[in-house]
Write a protein that binds this ligand. Structure first.
Ligand code: HEC
Length: 100
């Protein structure tokens, strides 16, 4: 009985840790994405001449970011913006904007 309770306690702690870390990651992505809002609009919904990011497919997004980074796609500002992000952050943002 005792060990079963300990197992359940362990499981609960494990599940709480898991969901806390995914919430933290979601906040983190929202924070990353907010630095794009000045140009690409709130949550990627652009109102000006700059392309919207909202609803862009993940593969398209990652491809554009990669091409800005390696200079394959010429850009006025994006090559600078892409420089500060890791591949993982780019993939997280791709998933985030695809859902908007
Ligand atoms: C200072 C304004 C500015 C900021 C900030 C900015 N962008 Fe951009 N973005 C642009 C412009 C302008 C373009 C068009 C390409 C170019 O000239 O650089 C662009 C193009 C893009 C494209 C290609 C879109 C398409 O459909 O062709 C992606 C993807 C993108 N930006 C992602 C981001 C992400 C992610 C961030 C935040 C981390 C960000 N941008 C921040 C100005 C900005």
């Amino acid at each position: 009985m005792h060990s079963r309770n300990q197992f359940l306690l362990g499981l609960t702690v494990f599940l709480m840790t898991m969901s806390a870390s995914s919430i933290a990651q979601e906040r983190n992505v929202a924070l990353l994405a907010s630095s794009c809002a000045a140009c690409h609009g709130t949550n990627g919904h652009s109102v000006g001449g700059i392309p919207s990011l909202a609803g862009a497919s993940e593969s398209y997004f990652v491809e554009q970011m990669t091409q800005f980074a390696n200079g394959e796609r010429k850009s006025t500002v994006m090559y600078q913006h892409v420089a500060g992000y890791t591949q993982e952050e780019i993939e997280l943002m791709a998933a985030y904007f695809a859902k908007q």
